[in-house]
Write a protein that binds this ligand. Structure first.
Ligand code: FMN
Length: 294
């Protein structure tokens, strides 16, 4: 049975994870941004694995491009679908709601999520300040543990093991609903500020995210090298007069920010932030494997 692994990655965590999954399960690895130009996507395999990072778990959890990808699949009802979500915080609070959201999108499109798995990788902006419970911040240690978890996930996929605890999960979501609602309100407010939209205007998460590039800062160290435009999986950057210009179809993946060779691009006024990308993934790999369609 043929298996295809589709992934989306901003700073290399998901890419490193997907490479391992593809290798262990003997599957072909395909970048989601590379197939997004087609109006419809036909998956020529029996099994499909979707690997993605959790984005704003309390509001959505699924990157917009991953959601659009799923909606484009024209034979979703024929597939055995596995999903692997990675996140920077606690998987139960962050990856689980993201997987639940993906499950709902797949179901809406007529498919079924066969099994889902989650694991932790470093928070790609290395900002752990908003997590109220103490958490391991050592990237090396997190990556080492993620490799063991990846092995277990691959075994489960190969053995077609279903993810269990349905009742527990439903109970968890029921209990967390008011908390997510509260966080969600705060996140939308923050996104409106980043998108330079008035607070009293009704706007959805899906409308706001692409516009948040309005608050990306490019500092005086920018040389106009154009790496940001090459590494952006959304094709959201154009170099004009040796400076990046953002086209308001941002996926908030932080790729431009974290891969900039002169560390001159700062998301959301995060001017003093330390940069991160997965240590085993190179910029050349990211551009070649994920973005060379642009
Ligand atoms: C815009 C954005 C939102 C994120 N939201 C969450 C979140 O709600 N919970 C969480 O645990 N991690 C969150 N993360 C962290 C990522 O899920 C995590 O670092 C992931 O490994 C990044 O994968 P990548 O390197 O493939 O892009 C967020 C990252 C970004 C860029």
């Amino acid at each position: 049975m043929k298996t295809r692994v589709f992934y989306f990655s901003g700073t290399g965590n998901t890419f490193a994870l997907t490479k391992k999954i593809a290798e262990k399960t003997g599957s072909d690895l395909i970048s989601i941004p590379k197939v997004m130009n087609s109006e419809k996507i036909h998956i020529d395999a029996e099994n499909m694995i979707i690997v993605f990072p959790s984005y704003m778990a309390a509001v959505s959890g699924v990157p917009l491009i991953v959601e659009r990808f799923v909606r484009k699949i024209d034979n979703i009802n024929e597939l055995i679908i596995f999903a692997v979500c990675n996140c920077g915080g606690y998987p139960s609070v962050n990856a689980l709601p993201s997987l639940h959201k993906l499950h709902r999108i797949i179901k809406y499109c007529g498919g079924k999520l066969y099994a889902h798995y989650s694991l932790r990788l470093p928070m790609n902006n290395l900002d752990y300040d908003h997590i109220p419970i103490p958490i391991n911040k050592n990237s090396e240690d997190i990556i080492r543990k993620s490799k063991m978890k990846t092995e277990r996930i691959c075994c489960s996929i190969i053995n077609k093991k279903k993810s269990g605890y349905r009742l527990l999960k439903s109970l968890f979501f029921f209990m967390m609903k008011p908390v997510y609602k509260l966080i969600s309100r705060a996140v939308i407010k923050e996104l409106k500020a980043k998108a330079h939209e008035p607070m009293d205007r009704e706007m959805t998460y899906h409308e706001l995210v692409p516009l948040t590039d309005k608050s990306i800062i490019v500092d005086e160290n920018c040389t106009g090298c154009g790496i940001c435009a090459k590494v952006c999986p959304a094709g959201n950057i154009k170099i004009v007069n040796k400076k990046p210009e953002f086209l308001h179809r941002c996926e908030i993946c932080f790729a431009c920010d974290e891969w900039c060779p002169t560390a001159s691009i700062h998301h959301w006024s995060r001017a003093s932030g330390v940069k991160y990308h997965h240590p085993e993934i190179s910029l050349a790999d990211m551009i070649k494997e994920q973005c060379d369609h642009i």
